[in-house]
Ligand binder design. Sequence first.
Ligand SMILES: NC(=O)c1ccc[n+]([C@@H]2O[C@H](COP(=O)([O-])OP(=O)(O)OC[C@H]3O[C@@H](n4cnc5c(N)ncnc54)[C@H](OP(=O)(O)O)[C@@H]3O)[C@@H](O)[C@H]2O)c1
Length: 298
Amino acid sequence: MLLFIAGGTGFVGGHLMPELARRGIGGRCLLRSMKKAPLCAGFETVPGSLDDIPAGSMDGVDMVVHLVGIMSEEGASTFESVHVKGTTNLVNEALKAGVKRFFYQSSLGASLQSASMYQKSKARAEEAVTESGMHYTIFRPSLILGRGDGFTKQIVAMINSSPVVAVPGTGMAKFQPLTASDWVRCFLAMLEDGRFLDRLCEIGGPEQFSFNELIMLYMKAMGSGKSVIHVPAGLVKAGLSVLKLARAAGYKRFPRVGRDQLTLLETDNITDTDSIKKQFGFEPESIRGALKEFLPAE
Ligand SMILES: NC(=O)c1ccc[n+]([C@@H]2O[C@H](COP(=O)([O-])OP(=O)(O)OC[C@H]3O[C@@H](n4cnc5c(N)ncnc54)[C@H](OP(=O)(O)O)[C@@H]3O)[C@@H](O)[C@H]2O)c1
């Protein structure tokens, strides 16, 4: 099977690519920067981006794997340009090349009605895929945690950045994290099983945690005994420009947070706790014990 992978250089791709190479599954990787080519070992590299997919680069491809996504907007990289327009471009190129199957990594909670622009744009990207006429599989995962994940980096920065841990809002919204290695197992099962054609799979780990509980788990893993306070989400939103200025001035210990991410922190992001067992046939691991391994090196 020949794959065309976009977004293979990110956190999820970083866990997937070596597993594909180990299994002798190859193809081509779309790369914005050739410096990242070593991350796609075992794959041919295609210089380009979602706005600039070289003609012919999908010829002979069996399946497009679309992992590109952004959590916050920056400059020209908006949810509209990356998720909606980028996915449409990828779909159109795949159709031109006669590709028959398309995998899209969406997000649990993707909805046209969502208050989050991230989730709205993911839902519109899903539409571009489901209406393409190609066979599709869409994953809608909850938080994916593992070595190098962006969520852990942000939480660790939040815990380290001040003498007390300031949690935006009530911290009551629930999440259902799964490990990156379990996500990879789901992906590999999907590749090999025709039952996943034209399906949308909600995926979550075996336990649900409120954001407050997740913070406590991280603090425990970090050995931090700091006090936790809650800051009204509206106040945090108002202070975002100050955070941005602080980061721009070189204070990188402050977390990079976007307005839309605060909306996501206030919304439950959960599905059935047996979603993986039911759809993929294995017991997912709990993140409780594994969290310490995911902390960034000092
Ligand atoms: N991580 C999670 O907890 C989680 C949960 C649910 C859904 N998801 C979804 O899973 C996907 C992968 O997430 P991730 O955590 O691996 O993200 P990530 O680490 O931020 O990686 C994003 C990937 O997208 C690429 N990219 C970004 N903008 C691009 C553009 N304009 N054109 C081409 N490539 C572009 C990046 O390329 P460069 O290396 O060149 O920057 C990178 O390969 C995303 O769609 C995300 O929304 C993630």
